[in-house]
Design a protein around this ligand. Structure first.
Ligand code: C2E
Ligand code: MG
Ligand code: MG
Ligand code: MG
Length: 292
């Protein structure tokens, strides 16, 4: 394409490409420094039950508090970390930090029944992944039944046989596995039947227009019905409004996560949130502290 427009645009093109490459290199070394300087933070977003009242767990999400650039969202740096392989240490750091914190909360009597951690496709199929998970549980002393791993469909389909084997081994440890962003990948339904998963998370993109778009509503209803027929509970992510909550509830969705119930919050924020929930369990929603 660049060639068609002659020499000038070709130069412009390579210049832009160089800038991109440089940006990536900077990002790569910035990520390395961030790991060393502890600029990463784990935030926690609550997940609530059918009634929208009881906290059934939290999802751990990474944030980067960059000294100059401010907060950088995971979408901006995780793809780079995937390319450089830095994602492995980042994810294990998130897992360990989250497990340690949930263990501490539970020890303090602020019960949080589950913490979900996102696992990258590449990481899931690594030979030493199971061992890494064991090590984290060992080091943090968190009971495996508190840990949930979120894996996307594509991660499982890439090498389905291997993925199924890994899942069985992980489940033997006593943890749970959820399929994240369900509906956006290319998993075949016949495989889904064979996967030892515990939960399906409907992707936020379907929930967004669930009230105004008949197709999104239909897809969501279909996913819930299919999951239930397979004996799997469903959690909806990205629930922002009361009508969305009402629609999902009417259609027998089992659990919810989204700004309507609570934003991702700092560890201190989560502590306060759980405190308040325990003190007044009927309080329907307590806003988190993170600003988006
Ligand atoms: P995800 O796992 O699907 O996480 C849900 C995302 O939706 C989070 O974005 C969360 O902040 C956002 N969200 C939750 N409720 C709402 C809502 O009501 N409205 C809107 N508009 N958004 C909502 P976040 O934290 O920016 O993370 C984006 C993605 O980055 C995550 O999607 C996950 O795939 C990935 N990610 C985040 N942390 C980690 C991590 O520690 N490891 C790995 N491998 N991936 C991570
Ligand atoms: Mg997730
Ligand atoms: Mg998701
Ligand atoms: Mg999503």
């Amino acid at each position: 394409k660049a060639k068609q427009h002659g020499r000038n645009s070709y130069q412009w093109y390579t210049q832009e490409l160089n800038e991109k490459v440089n940006e990536r290199l900077t990002l790569r070394s910035d990520i390395q420094k961030a790991l060393e300087r502890e600029e990463f933070e784990v935030v926690y977003q609550p997940q609530v039950d059918k009634q929208g009242k009881t906290v059934i767990g939290v999802e751990a999400l990474i944030r980067w508090n960059h000294p100059e650039k401010g907060t950088i969202s995971p979408a901006a740096f995780l793809p780079v970390a995937e390319n450089t392989g830095q994602i492995f240490s980042i994810n294990l750091w998130v897992m360990e930090t989250a497990c340690r914190y949930i263990k501490r909360l539970n020890d303090q009597g602020l019960t949080c029944p589950s913490v979900a951690v996102n696992i990258s496709p590449m990481q899931f199929l690594r030979p030493n992944f199971i061992e890494s998970v064991c090590n984290v549980l060992e080091r943090t002393q968190l009971d495996a039944s508190f840990l949930e791993l979120e894996v996307t469909e594509n991660a499982l389909m890439e090498d389905a046989e291997n993925a199924i084997l890994t899942m069985y081994k992980l489940k033997k440890l006593g943890l749970r596995i959820a399929i994240d962003d369900f509906g956006t990948g290319y998993s075949s339904l016949s495989y889904l039947k064979r996967l030892p998963v515990d939960k399906i998370k409907i992707d936020r993109s379907f929930i967004k227009e669930i009230i105004s778009d008949q197709h999104d509503a239909a897809i969501t209803q279909g996913i819930i019905s299919m999951a239930h027929h397979l004996g799997l509970p469903v959690i909806a992510e990205g629930v922002e409004t009361e009508p969305q909550f009402a629609f999902l509830r009417k259609n027998h969705c089992d659990a919810f996560q989204g700004y309507y119930f609570g934003r991702p919050m700092s560890s201190e924020g989560l502590k306060a949130y759980l405190h308040q929930k325990q003190a007044s369990p009927d309080e329907k929603k307590v806003r988190g502290t993170e600003e988006d």
